[in-house]
Design a protein around this ligand. Structure first.
Ligand SMILES: C[S@@+](CC[C@H](N)C(=O)[O-])C[C@H]1O[C@@H](n2cnc3c(N)ncnc32)[C@H](O)[C@@H]1O
Length: 307
C-alpha cells in the first residue's frame, strides 16, 4: 500500500527506496483512546461503520484493558458523545463528556471533565523516559507503545543531524517529539521550535517541552526560519503544497515526515522531492493493528547537502 502510493501518487522510483517494517507492536489491547455515543440509559456505544447508528459492544479487541473496563462500567445519562482516554504507563483514566460531570457514574479513580470547560484536568504518559501531560482536547498518539516506537523511528530518521543547530517540530501536538528528541538538541546547545495550531496542545507542550519555543499557528501560516532538521507529523490530510513549501523554506538538510495516511504520504513525498529532497528511508509501523491504516516514518535529505 505504501509502495503503491509512493510510486503512483508520488511518482517516485520505489525500487531504489528501502521500505522496511518497524518493530512489532501489540496486535490487541493497545488503543488508549476512543470516542463513543451515549445511549439514553447512559451506556456507551460505538458507531456502526459508515453510519450514525449505535452499536453496543460486549468487547473490543484493540481497546486497552483499562478502556474495556471503563466502557463496561461507566454510565453517562444525558450525554451525547463521550471521549475516553487512558494512560498505558500510569493507568490514569479520563472521561470527557458533553454534559454535566455530576451526572456521570464512573469508578472513583476516573477523572471526569466537561468538554466545554476542561480546565486544567489531564492525564500523564511516560514515553522515552519523559512524563507528558495530555489534556482533554489535545491530540495524543492512540497507543503508548506506538508513541514510543514513533519516537525511536523519528530519532533514527534524524540520524547524525547536527544537534547544535535548529530543530523544527511541525504539527507538534502536546510536544511528544519536542520533549523527547528535542532534549538532545537542547542538551547540545541547539534550539527547538514547535509549531501547532491547537491551543490546548500548545498549553500541554509548554509544560512537556519547556525548553522549546512554542508557536501557536497553522503551519501553513508560519513564517519559516532557517533550520537544520525538521520533524513534521501532520494530521491525516498531510502537508499538502503549503506545508511542503514551508518545510523547503527552512532549508533543512534533513526532514523526517510522519504520515498516518498512505495516499497523503505519496503526494507529500512527491512535493518534497520537487523541492529538492531525496527520499532515503521509509519505515512502516503497525500503529493501528487489525485495521487497514498504517503509520509511516519517511526520511528526506536535501539533495545538495547529502550527509
Ligand atoms: C498527528 S498529530 C501529531 C502531534 C504530535 N506530533 C504527536 O505525535 O503527539 C497532528 C497535530 O497537528 C495539529 N494540526 C492540525 N492541522 C494543523 C495545521 N494546519 N498547522 C499546525 N498544526 C496542525 C493537530 O492539532 C495535531 O496536534
Amino acid at each position: 500500500m505504501v509502495e503503491d502510493a509512493l510510486r503512483r501518487i508520488g511518482k517516485l522510483a520505489t525500487a531504489e527506496i528501502p521500505i522496511r517494517s518497524g518493530p512489532e507492536l501489540p496486535g490487541t489491547g493497545y488503543r488508549t483512546a476512543v470516542r463513543m455515543l451515549a445511549q439514553p440509559d447512559g451506556r456507551l456505544a460505538y458507531r456502526q461503520r459508515a453510519s450514525h447508528e449505535a452499536f453496543v459492544p460486549t468487547t473490543c479487541g484493540v481497546a486497552h484493558p483499562l478502556l474495556e473496563d471503563l466502557i463496561a462500567t461507566i454510565r453517562c445519562p444525558g450525554a451525547t458523545e463521550v471521549s475516553l482516554r487512558v494512560s498505558g504507563s500510569t493507568g490514569q483514566r479520563m472521561v470527557v463528556t458533553d454534559t454535566d460531570v455530576a451526572s456521570v457514574q464512573a469508578p472513583p479513580d476516573v477523572i471526569v471533565v466537561n468538554g466545554n470547560s476542561p480546565g486544567d484536568e489531564h492525564i500523564t504518559e511516560t514515553i522515552d523516559g519523559v512524563t507528558l501531560r495530555i489534556s482533554a482536547h489535545a491530540f495524543f498518539q492512540s497507543s503508548s507503545e506506538g508513541a514510543a516506537a514513533l519516537v525511536e523511528e523519528v530519532r533514527r530518521g534524524l540520524g547524525s543531524a547536527d544537534r547544535s543547530g535548529v530543530l523544527i517540530d511541525a504539527y507538534s501536538g502536546g510536544g511528544l517529539f519536542s520533549a523527547t528528541i528535542g532534549r538532545e538538541w537542547l542538551g547540545s546547545g541547539g534550539s527547538v521550535i514547535a509549531i501547532e495550531s491547537n491551543p490546548a496542545a500548545v498549553a500541554d507542550a509548554r509544560v512537556n517541552a519547556p525548553g522549546a519555543k512554542q508557536v501557536e499557528s497553522r503551519f501553513e501560516r508560519w513564517t519559516a526560519v532557517r533550520a537544520d532538521a525538521v520533524i513534521a507529523d501532520p494530521a491525516r490530510s498531510g502537508l499538502a503544497e503549503e506545508g511542503a513549501r514551508r518545510i523547503a523554506a527552512t532549508g533543512a538538510a534533513r526532514v523526517v515526515l510522519v504520515s498516518c495516511d498512505a495516499g497523503a504520504l505519496g503526494r507529500d513525498a512527491g512535493l518534497l522531492t520537487a523541492h529538492g529532497y531525496r527520499l532515503t528511508d521509509v519505515v512502516v509501523l503497525d500503529l493501528f493493528n487489525q485495521t487497514s491504516h498504517v503509520e509511516v516514518v519517511s526520511t528526506f535529505v536535501l539533495a545538495d547537502s547529502e550527509d
